[in-house]
Structures are given as structure tokens and as C-alpha cells.
Write a protein that binds this ligand. Structure first.
Ligand SMILES: [Zn+2]
Ligand SMILES: [Zn+2]
Ligand SMILES: [Zn+2]
Length: 175
């Protein structure tokens, strides 16, 4: 019994490589490089192409743990090269969303890179800090279970896989 628990614990660690809200002074180069590597591996495993545009969009979103709107994203990309057409960026975003490498934050009409290795259809709980703008992606197994039970009881089939909750992150609360 405990062996199974230990494996489960290891798997949880593998899926959650860092805290929900990484410390402001964390090694972000390392964390964005790991996320990019994960994206490369995942695309290769699925025989999908991480084209230069798709990679640039993902890199721009990985530059910090804050969501970016499509036009902010275009501005970022324009700062490092030629200004991409919106349709090009939207297509790249569609691909990244489909692969589960990027999430859409409805309440902010923005996109954030996923730094957790989870299935594309998994329920995601976003904790949105109203002070620093950071977005934390919280583990959601228990929430997913609770939601399943509540929906089933109501004879309801949920379509969305994202829950967004506004509040104050641990780093801002301490400040
Ligand atoms: Zn980071
Ligand atoms: Zn995610
Ligand atoms: Zn904060």
C-alpha cells in the first residue's frame, strides 16, 4: 500500500516541479528553459512541429509568470524582430492551447504559459493575484473530483476546464 503512495507522491512531484507561485527571486531562466524543453519533447512525442513562430510565442509567454494579451504579445515579439501579423500569432496560440502548453485566462482576455506537465483536458485552477498580476496554477485533483460529483448530482456536463479565482498571492501578502 505504501509503495503505491510513494509512487503517487513521486508522480505528483514530477508534475508539480515548483510552488504554485514561484518566489519573486527564483531562478526563472531555469524554469523557463525547463518549460521550453518540455514543449520540445512533447511536440516531438506527438509528431507536432514547434515552428519558429510557435516557439517565439511560447518564449514570450514564458518570459514571466504573468498573462499577456494578444496585442501585448505582438508588442513583445516586435521588440525582438519584425512585427508579426495578428493572425500569425493567433494561429500559434491556437496550436499551443491545443497542445496544453498555454492556457487562456478568460477574465483577463490573456494567455499564460503552462509550467506544469499535465494532460491537456485536466481541470486547471488559476489563482490570479490582484496586486502583482502573477498567475498561479494550483493542483486541482480534489477540486476536479468535487466538481464532478456536484455536476453529476445536477445532471450537468461541464465544458470548461478552467476555474479562475482572484485574490492576493503569498508574496504580496507578506510585503
Ligand atoms: Zn519562473
Ligand atoms: Zn497547465
Ligand atoms: Zn502577488
Amino acid at each position: 500500500m505504501w509503495v503505491k503512495d510513494a509512487i503517487l507522491c513521486l508522480e505528483t512531484q514530477k508534475n508539480m516541479p515548483q510552488p504554485v507561485f514561484p518566489r519573486p527571486d527564483h531562478d526563472h531562466d531555469r524554469c523557463s528553459a525547463a518549460a521550453l524543453r518540455h514543449a520540445e519533447d512533447l511536440c516531438e512525442a506527438r509528431s507536432e512541429k514547434l515552428t519558429p513562430t510557435r516557439r517565439q510565442v511560447l518564449e514570450a509567454l514564458l518570459s514571466e509568470h504573468k498573462p499577456l494579451g494578444a496585442y501585448e504579445l505582438i508588442d513583445r515579439l516586435a521588440a525582438t524582430g519584425s512585427r508579426p501579423a495578428p493572425i500569425t500569432v493567433y494561429r500559434a496560440l491556437d496550436f499551443l492551447l491545443e497542445q496544453g502548453l498555454v492556457h487562456r485566462i478568460e477574465s483577463r482576455n490573456a494567455f499564460v504559459a503552462c509550467i506544469n506537465n499535465h494532460e491537456a483536458g485536466d481541470l486547471v485552477v488559476f489563482l490570479l493575484c490582484e496586486i502583482c498580476g502573477a498567475v498561479g496554477e494550483a493542483p486541482s485533483k480534489a477540486v476536479a473530483e468535487g466538481l464532478k460529483i456536484a455536476s453529476k448530482g445536477a445532471g450537468f456536463t461541464p465544458k470548461a476546464h478552467v476555474i479562475e479565482i482572484g485574490g492576493v498571492c503569498a508574496h504580496c501578502r507578506k510585503a
